[in-house]
Ligand binder design. Structure first.
Ligand code: NAP
Ligand code: F7E
Length: 337
C-alpha cells in the first residue's frame, strides 16, 4: 500500500486529492492546523476513527511555519509521495499579509524540502505552483512562459518553484512543480470570485441577499474543475521523471462572463444585482490567463473533463441546494424577483 502525505488536506484541493488517493487504496496522511473552530468540514465525509482497523486516513497537527514538526511527521510516516498544497492561497489577502504569505508559501516549502532531504527517505514531492506566477506575461501561457508575478502571493510561489527545481537538480530529488490555472467547484473557499458569485446567486434567490459587490470584472481566467486537476497532480508523481507541467483547460472567460452565466442559470440578469466596490480591487491584478496545457496532454495524457458551463452550473446548483432549493424551485422564485 502506497503512503501519501498531503499538506493542506483541509483545503479545496487537499480534500479532492484525499478522495482520489483513498479510491486508489493509498494510506493517506494529512497535516492540519490547530484552530479554535473546526476546519475539517471538507474531509468529514472520509474521516474514520484511527482506532478502526480499516482506517486509512490519519491527521497530524502541523503548520508550514514549523519546520521541526514537518520533519518529525516525514520521519515518522516515511511517505512515498508528498503533496504540498498548504498555502495562504488568497491573492487579494496576500497584499494585506505579504510577510506571512512569504513565510508560508515560500519559506514553508524550503522547510518541507529540508525535512525530506534530511529524513533520507525515497519520497516524491508535488509542489502546488500557480498560473499567478505568469502575472502579466501574454497568453497563452506554457512551461516556457516568463514568470512576471504581480502579487506577494505570486512572488512567494515563484521562489518556491525555483527552490523545488533547485532541490531536484542539486539533490536528485523527485520533485515536480504543477503550474495550475484556476480550478473551482463546490468546495471552493467562499471568498474566491467564482464561489462568491454562485453563493450570491443562491442567497439572492432565497431572499437573503440583495446585491453582490465585486472588484475587477474585466479579469480573464482559465477556470477548470478541481476534481479534474487533482488527477493531474497524481499523474505528475507517477511519471518516469520529475518535471514541471502547466494544467488548465485552454479556454478563458472574464469574471463578468462568469457572473452572466451563473445568474442566467436561474433566469436572472446579472447586471441587475452585481455592483462594484473599490475594496475588492487589488493594487495590481493579473488581467489575462489562458493555459497552453499541451505538454500535460502529450506527456501525462491529462485532459480536463468538465466544461466551463458544467462548472458554473454545478456550483450554482450546489449553492442552491445548500439554501434548500432545487434548480426548478429557484427558477420559479427568481421569476418573481
Ligand atoms: P485552500 O482551499 O485555500 O486550502 C489551503 C490549505 O492550506 C488549507 O488546508 C489550509 O488550512 C492550509 N494552510 C494554510 N496556511 C497554512 C499553514 N500556515 N500551515 C499549514 N497549512 C496551512 O487552497 P486550494 O484552492 O485547495 O489550493 C491548494 C494549493 O494550490 C495552494 O497551495 C494554492 O496556493 C495552490 N493553487 C490553487 C489554485 C486554485 O485555483 N485553487 C491554483 C493554483 C495553485 P485551513 O483549512 O486550516 O485554512
Ligand atoms: O480572483 C477578480 C480578481 O480570488 C479571480 C487562487 O486559487 O487562482 C486563485 O487566485 C479574479 C481576479 O482567484 C472579485 O481581481 C473581481 O482577477 O477568485 P480569485 P485568483 O486571484 O485568480 C490562482 C490560480 C491561485 O493560485 C490562487 O491560490 O477575479 N475579482 N471581484 C474578484 N476576486 C475575488 N476574490 N473577490 C471579488 O470580489
Amino acid at each position: 500500500m502506497k503512503r501519501a502525505l498531503i499538506t493542506g488536506i483541509t483545503g479545496q484541493d487537499g480534500s479532492h486529492l484525499a478522495d482520489l488517493l483513498l479510491s486508489k487504496d493509498y494510506e493517506v496522511h494529512g497535516i492540519r492546523r490547530r484552530a479554535s473552530t473546526f476546519n475539517t468540514s471538507r474531509i468529514d465525509h472520509i474521516y474514520v476513527d484511527p482506532h478502526e482497523e480499516d482506517a486509512r486516513l490519519f491527521l497530524h497537527y502541523g503548520d508550514m511555519s514549523d519546520g521541526s514538526q514537518l520533519a518529525r511527521v516525514i520521519r515518522e510516516i516515511e511517505p512515498d509521495e508528498v503533496y504540498n498544497l498548504a498555502a495562504q492561497s488568497h491573492v487579494g489577502v496576500s497584499f494585506f499579509q505579504p510577510e506571512y504569505t512569504g513565510d508560508i508559501d515560500a519559506l514553508g516549502v524550503v522547510r518541507l524540502l529540508e525535512a525530506i532531504r534530511k529524513a533520507e527517505v525515497e519520497t516524491k514531492l508535488y509542489q502546488a505552483g500557480t498560473s499567478e506566477m505568469f502575472g502579466d506575461s501574454p497568453p497563452p501561457q506554457s512551461e516556457d512562459t516568463r514568470f512576471r508575478p504581480r502579487s506577494p502571493y505570486a512572488a512567494a510561489k515563484v521562489y518556491a518553484y525555483w527552490m523545488v527545481a533547485n532541490y531536484r537538480e542539486a539533490y536528485d530529488m523527485f520533485a515536480a512543480n504543477g503550474i495550475l490555472f484556476n480550478h473551482e467547484g463546490e468546495r471552493r473557499g467562499e471568498t474566491f470570485a467564482t464561489r462568491k458569485i454562485t453563493q450570491a446567486v443562491a442567497k439572492i434567490v432565497a431572499g437573503k441577499q440583495d446585491a453582490l459587490y465585486m472588484g475587477n470584472l474585466d479579469a480573464v481566467r482559465d477556470w477548470g474543475y478541481a476534481g479534474d486537476y487533482v488527477k493531474a497532480m497524481w499523474m505528475m508523481l507517477q511519471a518516469d521523471e520529475a518535471d514541471d507541467f502547466v494544467i488548465g483547460t485552454g479556454e478563458s472567460h472574464s469574471v463578468r462572463d462568469f457572473c452572466a452565466m451563473a445568474f442566467d442559470h436561474v433566469g436572472l440578469d446579472w447586471d441587475r444585482f452585481v455592483l462594484t466596490d473599490p475594496i475588492y480591487f487589488r493594487p495590481t491584478d493579473v488581467e489575462y490567463l489562458q493555459a497552453d496545457p499541451s505538454k500535460a496532454r502529450g506527456k501525462l495524457g491529462w485532459v480536463p473533463e468538465t466544461t466551463f458551463e458544467e462548472l458554473v452550473h454545478l456550483m450554482v446548483e450546489y449553492d442552491l441546494s445548500a439554501e434548500g432549493m432545487t434548480l426548478d424551485e429557484a427558477r420559479t422564485k427568481a421569476a418573481s424577483l
